[in-house]
Design a protein around this ligand. Sequence first.
Ligand code: NAP
Length: 486
Amino acid sequence: MVSRVIPVDDFDLVIFGATGDLARRKILPGLFRRFVAGQIPETSQIIGAARTAQDDAAFQADVRAAIVEFGKVDKKSPDLDRFLMLLHYVSIDAKGEGGWKELKAKMRKGAIHAFYFSVAPSLFGDLAERLAAHGMAHGDARIVVEKPFGRDLASARALNATLRKHFDEHQIYRIDHYLGKETVQNLMAVRFANILFEPLWNAQYVDHVQITVAETVGVGGRGSYYDNSGAIRDMVQNHMMQLLCLIAMEPPYHFDPDAVRDEKLKVIRALEPVEATEIVRGQYQANGDEGSYLTHAENPDSRTESYVAMKVRISNWRWQGTPFYLRTGKRLRARTSEIAVVFKEPPHSIFEDAHTSGEPKANELVIRLQPNEGMNLKVMIKEPGPGGMRLVQVPLDMTFADALGPEGADMPDAYERLIMDVIRGNQTLFMRGDEIEASWAWTDPIIQAWDDGKARPEPYDPGSSGPDEALGLMHRDGRRWREIRS
Ligand code: NAP
């Protein structure tokens, strides 16, 4: 199967923070790949902007090095030479006046104008203000903003208000790169383009849902940044909330940005407050020479969680009685992100003696986001051979890379896809301001209760599945977590 590449319209994309880590590791290598795929017109311009004083040639040399290193591209690639011709640079301080006129002069009439704010959120307001002051916040311009989008409801509201002073909601693209993953979109296709799953997608047939985002790395060099945030702000409030919404939402009337986001918002608003007994926080311990969370955070008294697990309930007709279990953490056994929809067992089994002992009997739809994006559906079949009627559970594998052949193996990464959506003006995979605020409104009381209490996070061993208390969260309900494995 050959995937179709539809070129986007001619554009001028300004990357504020073009000399930073995100631009060098993700945005620029991603743009290069889209260029090689033939999706970016050769007339387009990619304009880097940051305080560093340098000319176009120095910027192009740095981008070449970044693409070679992070995009794993041969430095002599002729495509790279062609791509670098699209690149320009303007030295700009978000808080200063220099460089803005030069930038304005580079923006071409008739091209799509997009501004990627790949800088600290504290600079978003300055950038928006100066773009407006210099006549670049016109009605068709787009801005792209990165996480973190606030650290609580009040700061998220303030940030939304700042951006909306100069840009309408339809011009603001809040990136959550989880939404750019192939599998996440496929989840919507599987749910809403097939008759097979949707009739079963409710509390009558789904026993529970597990969402796991596990990392093997610790907080490393980002210790002091992370210590101000913790797993709930870094992962749950944004990425995991988005995944939960896509699983739980009602079918939108159309695959249209506002229709999809309206349905996600309804899910967030239907979330019940989480009981203190149904949430577990953890902090990883030291392991040999590898320091503990407290050492990495350089804060011996820190009560910030590097792990969190919780049971979430959605108060609506579809999900009454079906819990969603969420867990995420650092320094765990394996790096994996997955969603498992665990169905109920058949109401009556005619094969009572035929199950191989210990085998789960329920169907499970497992959606893997990383590694090896794909889905598999676990079904019971008869164990092949003449050994009588014995049942085994086997996965029906829907690994896209295999199904789509060589084209599928070369799927665009989340950033590439999302940037192309910005140029196309499609906001479906971007978070709307009210979604983010609703998500913080649900998260704030959890964090507040932790801040008010005296309890410390539970210790857990690096390389484990997290604190024992998190296992208890499931066991109490007669369920168990899926094994964390890559
Ligand atoms: P970074 O490596 O610290 O880069 C910051 C960039 O901003 C640099 O290019 C810097 O260049 C520029 N900058 C700083 N002050 C400026 C000013 N006053 N005016 C204009 N430019 C200024 O940060 P990053 O990791 O790339 O992160 C950028 C944003 O993405 C942050 O909001 C971060 O939270 C978010 N994010 C990053 C990642 C990631 O993987 N890195 C992931 C998710 C979200 P000069 O010093 O030359 O000005």
